[in-house]
Ligand binder design. Structure first.
Ligand code: PMT
Length: 399
């Protein structure tokens, strides 16, 4: 997560500049504030108006603007940020950075800053491979500048090779890594289930539930922030795939179990999905017809596999730590404690899902962590904060 982080984005003049607009949105989604500076050349590719509208703030461009300077000095601007990101970084701006030039506002800020700098290069393949660019990259790396990309692929100029801007989720992930150097879960693998499952009745109808996936997705992000390699197995939700996480989209409980099995081995599994306890016995291959005056069709339900119990079962493939969730509407601790014993998981996170609590679909949660040492109620907090605390506990347990 990037909650509270201030990122100063320098957009240089390349065809990939349009992707910086998407980058601004994704950084904001993660809780960051983004301020932007456009080089003179960048203004040929994206408009200051679009950047300003998306970043919800002024766009800095002019080194000698009396207005900007009286509101906040340029040097102060670069220093008030937690990180400066240059995306896309052209061969030209890399050369100017390496030479220590301050020939326009963007390069002045990059020279004046005392904050970390991350660069996402994007340019023609020959420009990237040119000895001059490679020497500039080596110089900048030696000075501690971080790099993400470029990637190899087909380029706008019809050539193929390294030079494409890194994908936006990868840039976000690199930013998170630079800003969150604490990575106690580096080298660990995690499976997280999230969202509802949907159980088909016929090609157009299904049984589902009210889970939004917010809690499960936040846990996947929090584990990834601590360095884990996370597979998020998600039922249908309206959420974007979290950056830096490998996402498998599924529909039914059976699909979810198969995807979890395929993601093994893992060090930890967290089952936050609201899995349907029952599926439809025989799914109609054609849409069920409503006959005039006819009786409604009878649907026979059969039990679904229990994913949490399956992952918790003793055996070589069992993750070292298996964490379930318990969705309860009464006797929270009593029912959740019994569920933990019945399913065989190590911890269970109990939450109240009665309508009054607003947990399903809401942004906050009040949970009680139940382990062999008893019940530990946590204060109500945002789902991100619950996820971060759970990820910290998982990191402690696996260390
Ligand atoms: O998605 P949100 O809107 O953010 O809401 C979050 C949440 C309320 C869905 C989440 O915090 C939560 O409580 N998830 C578990 C929901 C649930 O199915 O609880 P349960 O008590 O019915 O199941 C207990 C555990 O068994 C859960 O870990 C569940 O994932 C698992 N299970 C259940 C049935 C099944 N067939 N397979 C399972 O793995």
């Amino acid at each position: 997560m990037l909650a509270g982080k201030k990122i100063f984005l320098v957009i240089a003049g390349g065809i990939a500049a349009y992707k910086s607009l998407e980058l601004i949105r994704r950084l904001q989604d993660r809780g960051a504030t983004v301020r932007c500076c456009l080089t003179a050349n960048a203004r040929e590719f994206v408009t200051p108006m679009a950047v300003s509208a998306l970043s919800q703030g002024p766009v800095y461009m002019d080194q000698f603007s009396l207005k900007d300077e009286s509101e906040m000095g340029h040097i102060e601007l670069s220093r008030q940020s937690d990180l400066l990101v240059v995306a896309p970084a052209t061969a030209n701006i890399l050369a100017r950075m390496a030479a220590g030039m301050a020939d326009e506002l963007a390069t002045t800020l990059l020279l004046a800053t005392d904050k970390p700098v991350l660069v996402a290069p994007a340019m023609n393949v020959r420009m990237w491979l040119h000895a001059a660019t490679q020497a500039n990259v080596a110089t900048l790396k030696a000075r501690g500048i971080g790099f993400v990309g470029p990637e190899e692929g087909a380029m706008a100029c019809n050539e193929f090779g390294p030079g494409r801007l890194a994908e936006v989720p990868d840039i976000v992930s690199a930013i998170e890594t630079m800003l969150n150097p604490r990575r106690p879960l580096a080298g660990k693998r995690a499976i997280v289930t999230s969202g509802p499952t949907v159980e088909p009745i016929d090609p157009v109808r299904f049984i589902a539930n009210r889970s939004s996936g917010k809690q499960g997705h936040a846990i996947a992000r929090a584990l990834a922030d601590l360095g884990a390699a996370v597979t998020l197995v998600s039922g249908p939700t309206a959420l974007d795939d979290p950056a830096g996480v490998s996402v498998v989209h599924v529909e039914s409980a059976r699909d979810m179990l198969a995807a979890c099995r395929a993601a093994l081995p893992a060090d930890v599994a967290v089952c936050a999905a609201a899995v349907a306890d029952w599926g439809v016995d025989t799914v109609a291959t054609q849409k069920l017809k409503k006959e005039p005056g006819g009786a409604p069709p009878a649907i026979r339900l059969v039990p679904n596999p229990d994913i949490l119990a399956t992952l918790s079962a003793p055996g070589n493939a069992r993750p070292r730590l298996v964490v379930g969730f318990a969705a309860e509407t009464e006797k929270l601790v009593e029912h959740a404690t019994a569920k933990r014993a019945r399913k065989g998981c190590d911890w269970i996170v109990a939450n109240d899902v009665s309508a009054a609590a607003g947990t399903f679909g809401g942004d906050s949660n009040q949970v009680t962590l139940i382990s062999e040492s008893g019940a530990d109620p946590w204060p109500a907090a945002s789902k991100e904060a619950v996820a971060a605390r759970l990820a910290d506990r998982i990191a402690e347990a696996l260390s």
